[in-house]
Design a protein around this ligand. Sequence first.
Ligand SMILES: NC(=O)c1ccc[n+]([C@@H]2O[C@H](COP(=O)([O-])OP(=O)(O)OC[C@H]3O[C@@H](n4cnc5c(N)ncnc54)[C@H](O)[C@@H]3O)[C@@H](O)[C@H]2O)c1
Length: 295
Amino acid sequence: MDIIVTGGAGFIGSNVAGELERRGHRVTILDNLSTGTKGNLLTGKGKFQQVDITRRFSIESNVDAIIHEAAITDPRFSDDAEMLRANKEGFRNIIALALQKKAKLVYASSAGLYGNGPVPMKENQKKHLLSAYATSKLWMDEYAAQHYAEMHIVGLRYFNVFGPHEAHKGRPASMVFHLAKQMKEGKRPRIFRRGEQLRDHIYVKDAVQATILALHAKKSGVYNVGTGMGTSFNRLVEILNEVLGTCLKPEYINNPYAETYQKNTQADTTLAGEMLGFKAQYTLTQAIAEYVRDL
Ligand SMILES: NC(=O)c1ccc[n+]([C@@H]2O[C@H](COP(=O)([O-])OP(=O)(O)OC[C@H]3O[C@@H](n4cnc5c(N)ncnc54)[C@H](O)[C@@H]3O)[C@@H](O)[C@H]2O)c1
């Protein structure tokens, strides 16, 4: 297939693009390199176009499918108006392109829009928007729903994704990344008091499988992409200690973002199982063991 990956110089997009290439698809990456890096780009036959998808651009060639990962992805991005403009405009343009090319569309939504709602989080539960980022993702899901009848369009509410190619993200990179880095440097891992917050950490290789399966989803819709397991930060530090062979105790710090912070995330994975045939394959320990080897 001819597949466009927007945001393919970023974390999830570059992992998706790499896997699509390995499976023999012809991949074109669209990215403005605002956060993504050239270092994440394909080394294979894939094409790269540096474009801002929120502005006018055109694609001459055939397109069978689009995987839309590009967005302003830092929930603490300082300009709410720009966050909303960019994430909405980019999505509008990508839907228009998919309709023009009669292409399937899979796009990144986010578990961020569940805020501090109850866990495990179900797709249809009441949303709790803690940021302009979450607002932009809910807008995308609602806009996509207007197109369910006329195209194959699938939104993926990724939970807390971690793995190779995330270093460029800096502060918004995963907790697995930050804690592993601190601990590899012999420092005590810093976590918010009292470390009991739950996160559904999903390895990027599993998130990639879900994304590719979504091209063949039974029907258009929006689906959670998580493992279904909530792991506390205290437990995450234990796992990292096991894997790294260290014995570092957490250093508890006050949470400066208490107002806008998601206390717990954990996916209800029922729909993803039914509609995408997706189930995460890695346990957290297996994924971390593989990841920290490469870090
Ligand atoms: N990483 C996670 O845990 C997570 C969780 C939930 C949702 N998501 C969503 O998944 C998607 C991918 O996230 P990521 O973690 O890989 O982030 P990332 O920041 O690494 O990737 C985003 C990419 O989009 C590009 N980009 C941004 N604006 C663009 C524009 N206007 N035109 C072209 N390219 C543009 C960036 O340069 C970057 O390469 C995003 O939509 C994000 O909101 C990620």
